[in-house]
Design a protein. Structure first.
Lengths: 275, 182, 429
């Protein structure tokens, strides 16, 4: 592809051109690592250097919960500040918060590109935060980025939901245990209350199993009627179990909104003729 | 003399009939000599019979079947709980009736089987029947034809209420011999 | 635009991540024994004289449902809201009383001295109607209509047919007088079919419910009669030498199995319903008795002591070898097969005396259902759920019933005399 025949200086020019192109290409390649969604905007996406990535990686996960200011591992103090904003169960606010937070560290870097991009493209920011080794093909990069993004979001979500405001892993574990105990307690209360109303005389002599789905209001009332997922084969038994559920209203549910969220949709499994 | 003998024999027989054991006739007591004018029937005297003196009845009507002195007036054979085999003490009774039937070919009997009240009615009907059949078989052996015998069963229908008490129902476990025309 | 292109696909990625599996709660067993139902007294007609002196229809329905053991009938007197139309129903009030179902209804006059009876069965929790029916009847049929309504309610909520509008037969003995009676399933309105100074036993319903076969001793021996419940006329089905007893109808109503003796032990025979065509079914030198024809017509179950003690066997109606059915205990008699053919009620003698037992004909498992000590004559209700039988209470014969699972026990009392030999009539079509 190189044409250096005519002019010796053309060779140099050509080499220089190649060199510059190569550098640009390298930069482009690296920038693609964070650019999973918009392969066309390779140049625009490039916000982070690949070099600080390895250092930032370990910090990324814990930071993801409250805040994902990745580019600089050190500026953690500024991170706690923005933490209150992002810790929401929904993924959407997080990117926004991240965007907001990131603006600060972003500004420390070449501002032109970063500032503009974070705002309109929250997912990009998350993408940017991910420290990933550059990969040859943009398509593959995109897919891998997507997967990584999913994992990150999952990790963030889990952490945000479990420990909304706690940054320290030790405190999160204790809260998780307490919440699990509360959930178990209400599971047991609901099971016992419904069981009181289940009439096994209408369920024949076999060992039928039933599964129903219900949705609850925070008051413990059932929304609509139970949905039968798996019947016993005896309609009188199915109907009697549905009546038992409805008669057990209001079902005991935890008052804490975040715990109640786990009880909003319930799957109930019945074995009325077992002991 | 003959009358005296007769009277004393009759008196002795009456005394014997009242007792539960065979009583030997003693020498004739002093009785008024009256001629009864009846002949003593040629009824067999059984040896060692449990409840009668074995002297042929000579009542006014002349029917040995209803003469309380006659073994033939005894009509019930009793059985043990759940059993249909005939106990030895009733052998004589059966033989007496067999002989009567054999010598009176026009006589017909119904053997009516009964049980106590323990158990279901239809099964007890069958059990009572089995007892009646046992008595019939005994009569057959002694020469009585089936044409003179019908076996039926009342099961527990005549039994008194015993609520499972085995001793209570001992009089219910029986076969009754009923002659036609009675 | 760019934002959407990035964001939407990612949003779809996010959705499955945020919806975790629904919390699953397991409920094992159940404590409720009965369906709580409220029955509001029906609206009375403008001319109540037309009803005569009959018990209120809602009371009859309530008594039926209560007696089944599957319903808890809630007290409705004293409740302000006494609806007769759906529009008058205030569901939350009934729900607060813990009712799951509600029955409302009306009795109205019609010209020509007729009545219109209408009712609705409502689901209190889902606030909708489960069923509603109307009947046009003569006043004399009011009680029967109440039983029919109870049947509908029972079937709608339990899935089984109700038996409240069926009849039962039994024998009473007062002093020396025996009487074969037919009454409603709740014991109401008994009618004497035949009376005698001699015993009557073993009544058996024809499959269509129009005839009774029975054994009478009025000829000083057991003789089988067949009597029409419609005309009251009867004829002698069998009067052979010896015993004639234990009649059992074939499911087609054209033949009966019965027991004859002919101066031998009791043996099984089959005879046409008109008394012709007698033929032996099985022959043994032992006792064979108490035949019972299964509802599918495939087997005749019977009692026999051919094995040394009374046990239950079965044989094909066309003859052949008999198969033994009972193996536990030394005295098992009176076989009665359930309408669905899956189980057998019978009388078993054991430590507790004579008691009603139930054997699963597939597994052979036996369960003792009654308390004894002198229980006999078991008879299935046509829906197979209840077993009627004769028992003795304080020396007096009484009728009782127990559910096939042993959970529900009832005693039906007859005030005068001893009652025995019950048989439950077929479902009324």
């Amino acid at each position: 592809m190189n044409r250096k025949r005519e002019n010796p200086q053309a060779v140099k020019a050509g080499l220089l051109s190649v060199l510059v192109h190569g550098i640009l290409l390298a930069i482009l390649v690296f920038s693609f690592d964070w650019k999973t969604v918009q392969p066309a905007n390779v140049a625009q996406v490039e916000l982070w250097d690949s070099l600080p990535a390895p250092q930032v990686k370990p910090q990324l996960k814990p930071e993801l919960k409250p805040e994902p200011p990745k580019p600089e591992p050190k500026p953690e103090p500024p991170k706690p500040e923005p933490k209150p904003e992002p810790p929401k169960p929904e993924p959407k606010p997080e990117p926004k918060a991240e965007i907001q937070v990131k603006k600060e560290p972003v500004k420390e870097k070449p501002p032109e590109k970063k500032v503009e991009k974070p705002k309109p493209k929250p997912p990009e920011k998350k993408v940017e935060k991910k420290p990933e080794p550059p990969k040859p093909e943009p398509e593959k990069l995109n897919k891998q980025k997507l997967e990584e993004l999913q994992k990150m979001l999952a990790a963030e979500e889990m952490k945000v939901q479990d420990q909304p405001k706690s940054a320290a892993p030790a405190v999160n574990a204790a809260e998780a245990a307490a919440n699990a105990a509360e959930v178990d307690k209400y599971v047991s209360l609901i099971s016992r209350k419904i069981r009181q109303n289940v009439n096994r005389q209408l369920c024949g002599t076999g060992k039928p199993e039933l599964e129903l789905e219900i949705s609850l209001m925070p008051t413990g009332e059932v929304i609509g009627t139970p949905k039968l997922l798996k019947g016993s084969g005896l309609s009188a038994c199915d109907e009697s179990v549905e009546r038992a559920i409805l008669q057990s209203q209001p079902l005991p549910v935890p008052p804490q909104a975040d715990l109640f969220a786990r009880f909003r949709d319930l799957r109930l499994k019945f074995r009325p003729n077992d002991n | 003399m003959k009358k005296h003998l007769l009277m004393s024999v009759m008196l002795a027989a009456m005394l014997a009939a009242c007792s539960s054991k065979p009583v030997k006739t003693t020498s004739a007591p002093e009785v008024e000599d009256k001629s009864m004018g009846t002949e003593s029937a040629a009824a067999p005297t059984d040896e060692g019979s449990a409840s009668t003196a074995g002297v042929a009845g000579s009542d006014m009507s002349g029917n040995p079947l209803t003469d309380p002195n006659s073994i033939l007036s005894k009509r019930s054979i009793y059985f043990d709980f759940d059993k249909d085999d005939i106990k030895p003490e009733f052998r004589a009774l059966i033989e007496a009736h067999a002989k009567y039937l054999a010598s009176h070919s026009n006589a017909k009997v119904t053997l009516q089987g009964n049980t106590d009240d323990a158990g279901t009615r239809e099964y007890n009907l069958a059990l009572g029947q089995r007892r009646a059949v046992a008595v019939k078989n005994a009569l057959n052996v002694l020469g009585v034809q089936d044409s003179q015998i019908e076996t039926v069963s009342y099961g527990e229908e005549k039994a008194k209420s015993c609520a499972g008490d085995i001793k209570c129902g001992e009089l219910d476990r029986r076969v009754d011999i009923i002659y036609a025309g009675e | 635009m760019m934002n959407l292109r990035i964001f939407l696909p990612l949003a779809f990625l996010l959705l499955p991540l945020t919806s975790r599996a629904a919390l699953t709660i397991e409920i094992v067993g159940g404590a409720a024994q009965q369906i709580p139902i409220a029955i509001v007294p029906f609206a009375q007609p403008a001319n109540p004289q037309a009803l005569g002196q009959q018990q209120a229809i809602s009371d009859v329905i309530a008594a039926d449902l209560r007696r089944s053991g599957l319903f808890r009938v809630l007290e409705t007197r004293g409740i302000a809201n006494q609806p007769h139309d759906v529009s008058e129903v205030r569901y939350p009030e009934w729900a607060s009383l813990q009712a799951q179902a509600l029955t409302i209804g009306k009795v109205e006059n019609l010209p020509g001295n007729q009545l219109k009876v209408s009712f609705r069965l409502l689901d209190v929790l889902r606030q909708n109607q489960l069923t509603g029916l109307e009947y046009t009847i003569a006043p004399a049929q009011l009680r029967l209509t109440a039983h029919r309504i109870a049947d509908v309610i029972y079937e709608k909520l339990t899935g089984e047919p109700g038996v409240f509008s069926t009849r039962i037969t039994y024998v009473t003995k007062a002093g020396k007088r025996y009487s074969l009676q037919v009454a409603d399933a709740d014991g109401f309105n008994p009618q004497s079919v035949v009376a005698s100074n001699e015993p009557i036993i073993s009544p058996s319903w024809s499959p269509d419910g129009t005839r009774l076969a029975y054994v009478s001793f009025e000829r000083k021996k057991p003789v089988v009669y067949v009597q029409s419940l419609v005309s009251g006329k009867r004829y002698v089905l069998a009067n052979y030498k010896g015993n004639n007893s234990a009649p059992s109808w074939a499911p087609d109503g054209n033949k009966l199995a019965l027991v004859l003796t002919h101066d031998r032990n009791s043996q099984l025979y089959i005879i046409n319903a008109d008394g012709t065509g007698l033929r032996p079914l099985s022959q043994s030198s032992r006792i064979d008795t108490e035949p019972f024809w299964s509802a599918d017509g495939q087997w005749i179950y019977f009692t026999s002591d051919r094995g040394g003690s009374p046990q239950i066997y079965r044989i094909s109606p066309s003859g052949g070898d008999a198969q033994r059915v009972t193996y536990e205990g030394s005295y098992n008699v009176s076989p009665r097969i359930s309408p669905d053919g899956k189980s057998m009620a019978f009388i078993s003698r054991g430590q507790g005396g004579f008691r009603v037992a139930l054997q699963d004909l597939t597994t052979g498992q036996v369960q003792i259902l009654s308390d004894g000590p002198q229980d006999e004559s078991p008879s299935f209700a046509p829906n197979g759920r209840l077993i009627l039988y004769a028992t003795t209470v304080r020396g007096k014969g009484t009728l009782a019933a127990v559910s096939a699972d042993g959970r529900v026990k009832q005693r039906l009392s007859e005030t005068t005399g001893n009652v025995r030999e019950p048989a439950w009539g077929p479902a009324v079509k």
